[in-house]
Design a protein around this ligand. Structure first.
Ligand code: ATP
Length: 455
């Protein structure tokens, strides 16, 4: 990197003399950015924010530099905030769209791009529009009419519209709470929401409570949200209906209202039932982000079904999971819907020990010091711990084959496997941290901050 030039030097001097002069500092930041001094530009933008925390030009400039630095989650948080407050320029909307596409959130990317172009057609970028599956000439067309979106990626011309049939499989899970390590407060919540009301309906009725309700779980991947939902159904011998992202995406495309209603009806006819929505952010993206009529319809229908005004949801426990709670419409959190939004963190040491024990059940083991292994698996998710056992078992099997006899698993086998694996939860926290710091309305992410030890 070349030394900073004369203009920058003079601007720096001027800023030193009047540190509160925001336009001057912004000029310095922009000059630094255009000369490639990106980290230095970030420092100046941040200093400007200390003087005027909500200066839109500063925020937009900072987001642009973050994007150039590849700090996409930071850029996303800022742009999302600007867009939500209707303070985003056309250029901001288009940049926001680019970031959303990188995240794999195609529908929101399309919406943001269209907003940008609506504000100022000059902000359009044909190549990018083509990536999104829209062209500037056919803006009114709904891209989802002709495309299939799977796991956030567009698959060309693969879909035909029309209703999907809800001949969904009804599962009767065999796992129970005993098979879930940790997650004690969630287990307590479930007891209050469905187990006790089923056991003592009169008592709960006296307080106007029935069995059922909604809980939304969020947190890093692999920490047991899906597993817990399944174990909840097992615990109460309930039916389990799992709705995954592909079902949801199909719902956008087919006869959404009928399909969604059919799904809830299926649950209502099979009570007690756990109706589980995985990756609920795909279904409940913020309504303001959804320009397409069909997606808004799905959300409204979903909310109406949750409210259970027309049809009773007694005996139906609706659980939802997401890794991206910040993309879920706030309307989902109103009373009577998902009135509990719970953070599912990576297991603590005690829970890690329990999870390791659970996954070692039925395997040939020596007396294993699970507590020791658990201490070495800091920040490992439940799925990571399962991988520890799987890897150790595989290695032991190889060894046993060599020796021609089964050898039991020992503490050191698990410790070695742990050392060879990395926790997969860290990336999630990098993003969550930003949302928790910069968009923590109503303190919804306080638990995340507490976990990160920032509060
Ligand atoms: P994602 O967000 O990726 O869907 P998730 O939070 O839903 O992840 P699961 O799919 O439930 O995570 O967990 C993956 C696997 O990890 C489970 O099938 C289970 O084997 C193991 N696991 C996770 N948490 C626990 C736990 N608390 N006790 C026992 N096993 C666990």
């Amino acid at each position: 990197m070349p030394p900073e030039n004369e203009t920058i030097r003079q601007l720096r001097q001027a800023v030193e003399v009047s540190p509160e002069n925001v336009p001057l500092r912004l000029h310095l930041a922009a000059t630094l950015a255009s000369s490639g001094y990106l980290e230095e530009a970030v420092t100046e933008y941040r200093a400007a924010l200390e003087v005027q925390p909500r200066n839109v030009t500063t925020l937009a400039g900072l987001a642009r530099v973050y994007y150039r630095l590849g700090k996409n989650s930071q850029a996303l948080v800022i742009l999302e905030d600007l867009a939500r407050r209707d303070q985003a320029t056309a250029e901001n909307h288009v940049l926001y769209a680019r970031l959303l596409l990188i995240e794999g959130d195609v529908p929101s990317a399309v919406t943001q791009y269209k907003r940008g172009v609506e504000l100022d057609p000059a902000a359009g970028d044909e190549e990018f529009a083509a990536q999104l599956g829209i062209s500037d000439d056919e803006e009114e067309e709904d891209p989802f009419d002709e495309r299939e979106v799977v796991d956030g990626r567009i698959r060309e011309g693969a879909f035909e519209s029309g209703g999907i049939k809800w001949d969904k499989e009804i599962e009767r899970p065999k796992i129970r709470f005993d098979d879930v390590g940790g997650m004690e407060s969630l287990k307590d919540d479930i007891r209050m929401k469905i187990i006790f009301p089923m056991q003592q309906p009169e008592l709960f009725a006296a307080y106007g409570k029935t069995a059922g309700g909604g809980i939304m779980m969020y947190g890093p991947p692999g920490c047991g949200k899906t597993y817990f939902a399944r174990a909840t159904a097992g615990e109460i011998d309930a039916a389990f209906i799992s709705v995954g992202i592909n079902d949801v995406l199909e719902m956008w495309l087919g006869n959404s209202e009928r399909n969604l209603h059919g799904l809830f009806e299926l649950a209502r006819h099979n009570t007690p039932c756990v109706l589980f929505f995985d990756e609920v952010d795909a279904l409940g993206g913020r309504r303001s982000d959804m320009s397409g009529g069909s997606s808004r319809q799905v959300i409204n229908q979903f909310l109406a079904e949750l409210d259970g005004v027309e049809y009773s949801n007694e005996g139906v426990l609706v659980l939802a999971a997401t890794n991206a709670p910040w993309h879920v419409d706030a309307a989902f959190r109103r009373p009577g819907r998902f009135d509990e939004v719970l953070f599912v963190p990576p297991p603590d040491t005690e829970a890690r020990e329990a999870i390791l024990k659970i996954h070692s059940r039925g395997k040939p083991i020596e007396s294993i010091d699970f507590a020791k292994v658990a201490k070495k698996a800091h920040r490992f998710s439940g799925a990571d711990l399962k991988a520890v056992v799987d890897v150790a078992v595989e290695n032991k099997l190889r060894e046993s084959l060599k020796h021609g006899k089964p050898l039991p698993l020992a503490t050191k086998d698990l410790v070695t496997a742990t050392k060879g694996l990395r926790p997969t939860t860290q990336e999630w926290f990098a993003t969550a941290r930003n949302y928790a710091l910069y968009s923590n309305q109503g303190g919804i992410y306080d638990e995340v901050l507490k976990y990160l030890d920032m509060k």
